[in-house]
Ligand binder design. Structure first.
Ligand code: SF4
Length: 325
């Protein structure tokens, strides 16, 4: 492959078709490394559109700097994260800010190795923060870039180190920021997991795998675990009972309490909810007394519900109840 030509085609396409106006790609913004970090952590499990519409700007308004985040309580951060799910990200982000305040004079380290020592920051996020926050000429491989590399070089069952060496081979050290953003956009817009648009692809002439996409297809459906939860709704005097979870997945988030038994209770409905690898059937019952509940509870009225961190699962149930509550 002629690497310089490949890089030039990729950059030309990015200039014309890339998502260059995404706010975390604005290189003139103040606190750029911090803003990049927030966006990268949010993007780990949430789509660009959702982040832009609901979370990125309010989060930065509430915590405009790494220092302001470091001084926040976990409850405040979880509240701001409310509805986005995967709350471990929010906890890690907070821990990360606290460590930077304590160990790195209140700023994010600018090299991949130190970034990787921070909670919730793996190789990909460390590379992305170093490159997009500090203009470091580094490469990284996430699932989208992996897919592009596999197809581009026709790599059948590559090891991680082979993928990393291919990413290094094509890295544009003069323009690492735009090069890496271009790869991300190529994966999101053209070289997609299903139905890649090879006819529109700016690097199609360099692609060795485009004729053998079936064999190079990565898309494996992860095994999900089905689970049923039986959940109790206890309401009294316009107050509703919630349980503060101490379980790892929902730690410190409020959920509707589970039931000891659900026989002879009035069923309000069943909701489907997916969380990490779990596919949940939520069986929802109205309960008349606290003895039916298997967990301790606290009471909240409509206003106070706005001020506590609650899980996405609970938000979904609240929507169901909205007409009544
Ligand atoms: S030609 Fe097709 S398979 Fe190859 S990189 Fe482009 S979109 Fe992906």
């Amino acid at each position: 492959m002629n690497i310089s030509l490949f890089q030039a085609e990729l950059l030309r396409w990015y200039e014309k078709e890339g998502r260059r106006t995404l706010p975390w790609r604005d290189r003139s913004m103040p606190n750029r490394p911090y803003r990049v970090l927030v966006s990268e952590i949010m993007l780990q499990q949430t789509q660009v559109k959702t982040i832009l519409e609901h979370y990125y700007f309010p989060f930065l308004q509430k915590f405009p700097t790494l220092e302001s985040l470091a001084k926040a309580s976990e409850e405040e951060v979880l509240l701001q994260w409310r509805g986005m799910g995967y709350y471990t990200r929010a906890r890690h982000l907070l821990k990360c800010a606290k460590i930077c305040l304590r160990d790195f004079q209140g700023v994010l380290p600018d090299c991949v190795e130190l970034l990787k020592t921070l909670p919730g920051i793996g190789s990909y996020t460390a590379g992305a923060v170093a490159c997009f926050g500090f203009d470091r000429a580094v490469c990284f491989v996430d699932s989208n870039i992996k897919r592009i590399l596999i197809r581009l070089f026709a790599l059948y069952n590559p090891t991680q180190s082979l993928l990393e060496s291919k990413a290094r081979e094509i890295l544009n050290i003069q323009h690492p920021f735009n090069h890496n953003q271009a790869l991300i956009d190529l994966g999101a817009l053209i070289c997609t997991a299903t139905n890649p648009k090879c006819l529109l692809c700016p690097v199609s002439e360099f692609c060795k795998g485009k004729e053998d996409l079936k064999a190079l297809n990565l898309k494996k459906t992860p095994k999900s675990i089905k689970k049923s939860l039986h959940i109790g709704i206890f309401e009294k005097d316009s107050h509703i009972a919630l349980h503060k979870s101490q379980e790892r997945l929902y730690y410190n988030l409020y959920n509707f309490p589970l039931l000891k038994s659900h026989q002879s209770l009035q069923k309000l409905g069943i909701l489907k909810h997916s969380y990490t690898k779990y596919l949940l059937d939520l069986h929802i019952y109205r309960v008349k007394n606290l003895e039916s509940l298997a967990q301790s509870v606290e009471f909240f009225n409509k206003e106070s519900l706005q001020t506590i961190p609650i899980s996405s699962m609970t938000l979904k149930i609240l929507e169901l109840l909205e007409k009544d509550f």
